[in-house]
Design a protein around this ligand. Sequence first.
Ligand SMILES: Cc1cc2nc3c(=O)[nH]c(=O)nc-3n(C[C@H](O)[C@H](O)[C@H](O)COP(=O)(O)O)c2cc1C
Length: 323
Amino acid sequence: MRDIAQSLGKADQREAGEPASVAIGPLRLRGRAILAPMSGVTDIGMRRIANRFGASLVVSEMVASDDYVRGHEETRLRAEGAGVDPHVVQIAGCDPYWMGEAARLAEASGASLVDINMGCPAKRVTGGYAGSALMRDLDHALGLIRATVSAVSIPVTLKMRLGWDEGSKNAPELAQRAEAEGVQLVTVHGRTRMQFYKGKADWAAIRNVRSAISIPLVANGDCTSAEDARAMLAASGADCVMIGRAALGRPWLVGEIARSLEGMPADTPSAAARAEAALEHLDTLCRSMGEHAGLRHARKHLAAYADHAGAQIPRAPRTGFVW
Ligand SMILES: Cc1cc2nc3c(=O)[nH]c(=O)nc-3n(C[C@H](O)[C@H](O)[C@H](O)COP(=O)(O)O)c2cc1C
C-alpha cells in the first residue's frame, strides 16, 4: 500500500497520521470521508446520523433548482439541514437564472456550501439537459457554474463523472475550467455517464483530474471500507473519499472510514447505539415529513438497518436504484 501522504493532492500536502486539514474556502473539514448525495436516500435523518457519527461532510439529495426556488414542498424537505453541520445543498439544473437563485436560497437557508450536480446519469435529468448531460457542453456547464458562484458568498463545489462516454472523458477539462470560475472542490465518480453503475469505478482515471487542479479533489465510486478508501486515495491522488451506497443502513460507516484514515480507532457502534440511530432516523423522518410519508420513506432505511444487523425480515423484493 502506498503511503497516504504521497497520494494527497496539492491542497493538502502533509504527513500520514497528521489530522486532516482539507479546506474548502473558510471551511476546514474534520476528516477525509464524505457521505455522497443520494436522491431518496440521504434525507435529513440519514445525514444527521452520519454527521453525528463523524462523517467529514454530508451532502443533501439533489434538488432541482427551479422547484427549490418556487418553494416545492418535497424539494424543500430534501434541502433541509437542521441538525447538520456543515450543511451542504446540492443543486441541479440547466438554466443559469434558476441555478443562481437556488444557490442564493440555499445560502439564505443556512447552507455552508452549495454543490452543483453534473454527474446524474438518469434519463429524466439528462433529458432536461442537466446532470451529466452538461459534460457534453462545457461552455453551457461553465455558464451555470459562473451563475452559481457569483450568486453566493459561500463556497461552491462541483460533482461530476469521468465524462459522458468512453470517448469523451473530459472531467479534467471541466474541473480545470470550474476552478478558474471559482469552484472550490471537485468530486469525481470514476465512471462515465454511459456506464451508469456497470463495471467497477476507475479510481486511477480520477488522477487525471488531480493533475489538472489545485483545489481539493474527492474520489467517488465503489468505496465500501477503510481499505478501499486507502486504495482509492493512493490510486487517484484525491484528498478525500466519498461513500454512497455502502452507507445505506449504516451511516456510521463514513465516520468509521474517516477515523481509520487518520489512524484513529474506528470501531463500529454497539448494537444498542445502532438500534437507537435507526429509531432516531425514523423519528426524524416522521417529524420532518409527517407520520404517513415519514414511515413510508423510512421503510427502505429500516430494511437496510436490519440487513446490516443480520436480521431476517420477510419483505417484498427490492427494486433497483433509479440512479
Ligand atoms: C439511489 C441513488 C441516488 C443518487 N442520487 C444522487 C444525487 O442526488 N446527487 C448526486 O450527485 N449523486 C447521486 N447519486 C450518485 C452517488 O452520489 C455516487 O456518485 C454513486 O452512488 C457512486 O458512489 P458509491 O459507489 O459509493 O455508491 C445517487 C446514487 C444512488 C445509488
